[in-house]
Write a protein that binds this ligand. Sequence first.
Ligand SMILES: Cc1ncc(COP(=O)(O)O)c(C=O)c1O
Length: 397
Amino acid sequence: MLSLSKLLLNVEESKTMALSALITELKAEGKDVLSFTAGEPDFDTPEFIKKAAIKAIHANFTRYTANEGYPELLKAIIEKFSKDNDLHFEPKNILVSSGAKHSIYNVLMALCNPGDEIIYQSPYWVSYPEIVKLTGAKSVVIETHAEENFKITPMQLEKAITPKTKVFLFNTPSNPTGAVYSKDEILALTEILKRKDIFIVSDEIYEKIVFDDEKHFAIGSVEELREKTITINGVSKAYAMTGWRIGYAAGNEKVMRLARNLQSHSTSNACSISQAATVAALTQHSQEIVKMVIDFQKRRDFIVDALNRIDGIHCPLPKGAFYVFFDVSKFYGKTTDHTEIIDSSSFCDYMLKEEGVGFVPGTVFGNDKCIRMSYACSYEEINDGINRIKIGLKKLG
Ligand SMILES: Cc1ncc(COP(=O)(O)O)c(C=O)c1O
């Protein structure tokens, strides 16, 4: 066999996607499996968005568009940023890509050279370490824990910065923890960032899914950071449009030019029909999105309460996204006749094999004490899942 790319041999498959595929396979085999691994809303894409897509097809909006996205969509994105985030852009600052994951990849590729360092926190979104590897840069991970609500402090950030730091990769609301940084917490971090010569890439894909009195604040709107921040967003989570594959990035023209060039030689424009659907999503106010968030919040309350009633589990209250991330390490060292629970992976394997219930082990997010449970599913499923956890835990000696 001829040798393959050393870079790619070092990159792992997305573990959450692999787990979802395994669960789908088990279900197809007829096994009674309940999955809480989904990273997507269980709601349908709202009707008005689907209609816009169908209209685009009938209007033959089915050809290549401009690489960076067609003008009407760029306009809608510019208006969205201005209205929601106090971020002010021109078309040359925007790049529409095939999902926010693609946006993050394009932007980090545009920013980094081998040897550069990218700082982000753990628990982190599963794709960050692998995308960082693809850029040739090095991950510098700041650990956070439930006791600090999974948030970093300015001191931790300052300590992590070295002369090699190129990017601070920031994510609020967070996947997997649901942590939401308040405006004050962000401003405290920016006091450090203002003084340093580093870029900020801010992943705000869960912006719309925040609970209680939390408000999303865009770090790029801080005056001194406007030129240094590239903001990432998309429609997957807020509009239940994961399959449509639209994400977007906005920031410094020079950075965006490189990112556009990369895209022009790899995927070209994002799907034209999905772009038309995104214009509808971003410009037509819809109560459906508000209802979705209210429903997520109710489910969050229900699931956190139910989990905290189980002996040995403590589940922090997430303030956004649609995941709970809770500590199961009290069960490490426990055994049944044929299994020993030693870490988050063996815990999840056990629950899947023994009780037919799927969770994502925290280790894939850089925290081996916890597991992630998505509540993008019905109350019946949540109830059933919690019962299965209880039964599984009882069997452990
Ligand atoms: C934190 C975070 N960023 C980015 C993405 C990518 O979203 P998409 O590529 O579907 O737009 C996800 C998806 O799970 C995510 O959780």
